[in-house]
Design a protein around this ligand. Structure first.
Ligand code: HEM
Length: 524
């Protein structure tokens, strides 16, 4: 008798919870669907079944929706979770400028096992303290140390390109594969003060571990099941994931110890003078050094704190920059006029000198190259999407966003909007000339995000981009792949089927091409 009553009570509670959840869900659907257009969705699965299973299918479907909703805000349901996509500039400005809408949750939680609550993934007071602590690492004096490393590393990279272009004998080379060897070497040496020799094809175990993690994380992002921690633990990927984390921890422990000892030596100090001779002998400042010497409330950072921040730099600082360099090269290959103007700017600065290292000041004078990079990142943003989670019910201009809603900012759609840019799929760096921008909204193109959580590494990335492109333009003529006929509009047309040597974009977090990024390099 007692058991029957118990069962009835339990069943009643379950039904009540289900009804209450249903009412709440119904209200949520009403709030969202009354305010935003979006594709037809189904109970429980929402629009998941229309998203496709692979990262390139995701991108294709999103591209279709951007067009269908005329580059205006819309919503999708990721299962029972609403994602509101803000594309219109004034909403983007509101979200990015807000100090209340800085909270990150989904999908950043998938990065926690590696990056913990480092700067990219951290929140609240913890994030604010870290941001303040790390900002001085990008002071221009320290950037000059980083420039020294970028210069020496990119010289090694130019040697690799010369060898590869000679060996290719005018055939196409995949710039995506090659450039990532440069950016991993640069980020490891600037972050940890350690050379990892990926360019020379003798990479340290750190490179393999970062590579494994950078492949596994996107695979989880796009899998309904692997996203679940308990399910992931039963997969073979989990073992590789744990091994990679272990390798990084062991290697970092040694590196941190070596740097600690170096810092204690008397001649170690950040760049304080411009004396060339002194400067050449001084050990170069690594990002890690700032963390080792930092104090928060009088206490040094723990190993785990340092591990998370250095890892954040490695994760955020290499694939992003590789994507930007690679697509800049591809865009210039397709636009000989732009390439010629960019080359002329180099000739004004360096004449016929191919070997001379760009100085910090010369890099600031490469104004046209700046425009080329801006236009490349508008079309091919390295980070095509960023997210915020509304921790409280929020009003974004005239839209009410219920608590828990994921706010998505599709950086790619924002830059492609015909409401902001005429003929958006034309590669035209001149559109960023100051005189052309007098009426523009500053939030119409946000490849580095903006506001309090903008990219802290933007200046660093631009140094690396400009040094690499400057050296490449002086040494090589960049030519398109001979079989590729694809226009930029076709690259972003969801119905276009790429042919041989053409791009097939996907976004495993950063923007890449599944078919590589083929171009030809001809020595000048
Ligand atoms: C072309 C290269 C790069 C692009 C396009 C880029 C883009 C971005 C974007 C869009 C964000 C915002 C992410 C979000 O809100 O979820 C971001 C944040 C961040 N970036 Fe970059 N990034 C680049 C290079 C770098 C480099 C080289 C570093 C480090 C050396 C770096 C470090 C960071 C960090 C630590 C954050 C998190 C900042 C915070 O939340 O306070 N990035 N980046």
């Amino acid at each position: 008798m007692f058991e029957a009553v118990f069962l009835v009570a339990i069943s009643a509670i379950v039904v009540l919870c289900w009804v209450l959840y249903g009412i709440r869900y119904e209200r949520l659907v009403k709030h969202i669907d009354h305010q935003f257009s979006g594709p037809q969705s189904w109970p429980v699965v929402g629009n998941l079944s229309q998203m496709g299973m692979s990262p390139d299918a995701h991108l294709r479907n999103l591209l279709k929706w951007y067009k269908q909703y005329n580059y205006k805000n819309f919503r999708i349901w990721m299962g029972p979770m609403p994602y509101v996509l803000f594309i219109e500039c004034k909403y983007v400005e509101h979200v990015l400028s807000s100090t209340a809408l800085t909270y990150k949750q989904d999908p950043y939680t998938l990065l926690y096992p590696w990056l913990g609550s480092g700067l990219l993934t951290g929140n609240g007071h913890h994030w604010a303290v870290r941001r303040k602590l790390i900002t001085p690492s990008f002071h221009f004096r320290i950037l000059k140390d980083f420039l020294h490393i970028i210069n020496t590393t990119s010289n090694r990279f130019m040697k690799l390109l010369e060898q590869e272009s000679d060996a290719s004998q005018g055939q196409v080379m995949d710039m995506q594969r090659l450039v990532s060897r440069l950016t991993i070497d640069v980020i490891c040496e600037t972050a940890m003060g350690t050379r990892v020799n990926s360019i020379e094809g003798r990479p340290s175990p750190i490179v393999g571990a970062i590579d494994d993690l950078c492949h596994i994380i996107p695979e989880r992002v796009f899998s309904i099941f692997k996203r679940l921690d308990w399910f992931f633990k039963f997969t073979s990927l989990y073992r590789i994931h744990q091994q990679a984390l272990n390798t990084l921890q062991v290697e970092f422990a040694q590196i941190i110890e070596q740097r600690r000892r170096l810092i204690q030596t008397s001649n170690y100090q950040a760049a304080q003078s411009d004396d060339e001779l002194l400067d050449a002998k001084r050990p170069k400042m690594a990002f890690l050094d700032n963390l080792i010497t930092a104090k928060v409330d009088g206490k040094s950072l723990t190993f785990q704190d340092i591990f998370e921040e250095v890892s954040t730099f490695m994760f955020e600082g290499h694939d992003t920059t590789a994507s930007a360099i690679t697509f800049s090269i591809w865009c210039m290959a397709r636009a000989p006029d732009v390439q010629q103007r960019a080359h002329e700017e180099q000739v004004i600065l360096y004449g016929n000198e191919k070997e001379r290292e760009p100085t910090y000041e010369e890099l600031q004078d490469m104004k046209y190259l700046d425009l080329v990079i801006k236009e490349t990142l508008r079309l091919f943003p390295s980070v095509p999407f960023i997210f915020r989670t509304a921790r409280e019910p929020s009003v974004i201009i005239d839209k009410y966003v219920p608590q828990g809603t994921t706010i998505a900012l599709p950086i790619m759609a924002i830059g492609h909007s015909p409401h902001s840019f005429e003929e958006p799929f034309e590669f035209r760096p001149e559109r960023f000339e100051a005189t052309e921008r007098t009426q523009a909204n500053a939030f119409d193109n946000v490849p580095f995000s903006a506001g309090p959580r903008n990219c802290i590494g933007q200046k660093f990335a631009l140094l690396e981009l400009k040094v690499t492109l400057s050296k490449l333009l002086r040494r090589f003529r960049i030519l398109p792949a001979p079989l590729a006929k694809q226009t930029i509009a076709q690259v972003f047309n969801a119905n276009y089927k790429p042919g041989p040597q053409e791009l097939k974009l996907h976004m495993p977090i950063t923007l890449k091409s599944l078919t590589g990024v083929p171009v030809r390099l001809q020595r000048r």
